[in-house]
Write a protein of this length. Structure first.
Ligand code: DQA
Length: 149
């Protein structure tokens, strides 16, 4: 049984730490990856951690996850609000899906209130800062272990 979780990041998240720090904070994506790797080893999970500014790459990683992964933690960034194609891809994946947003999208502009990805996500974390990734990974692990209450 796979214990692999893909952690996927959409557009502009490569600039985390530099981009609008008043909204997204000062932690970089490399810091987030290091934190997720440490937590994964504690939880005896494996992770693949990716970021892309290209929608098709996110879709291709979801297709790859179909072959070898038990879970996906995804911050689709702006694709959250626009991408039916990412929703369709996630609907082909049978494992746990956790959607993460660093900011509380519901406190922000109305166009951020709708998420295509939430139609598939088993859980959604928003507004917990970059800590949301670790929370999402922990939850994915609990679902994989059949221990999600
Ligand atoms: C985001 C929220 C999105 O609305 C935005 O487009 C992002 C980041 C977040 O993590 O808070 O790029 O997903």
């Amino acid at each position: 049984m796979s214990r692999l979780v893909y952690i996927l990041n959409g557009p502009n998240l490569n600039l985390l730490g530099k981009r609008q720090p008043e909204i997204y904070g000062h932690v970089t994506l490399a810091d987030v990856e290091a934190e997720c790797r440490a937590l994964a080893s504690e939880l005896k999970l494996e992770i693949k951690f990716y970021q892309s500014n290209r929608e098709y790459e996110v879709i291709d990683w979801i297709h790859a996850a179909r072959e070898d992964a038990a879970g996906i933690v995804i911050n689709p960034a702006a694709f959250t609000h626009t991408s039916l194609a990412i929703l369709d891809a996630l609907n082909t994946f049978e494992g746990a899906v956790i959607e993460v947003h660093i900011s509380n999208v519901h406190k922000r502009e109305a166009f951020r209130h709708h998420s295509y990805v939430s139609l598939r996500a088993d859980g959604v974390i928003a507004g917990c800062g970059t800590q949301g990734y670790a929370l999402g990974l922990r939850r994915a692990g609990q679902i994989i272990d059949g221990k999600a209450a």
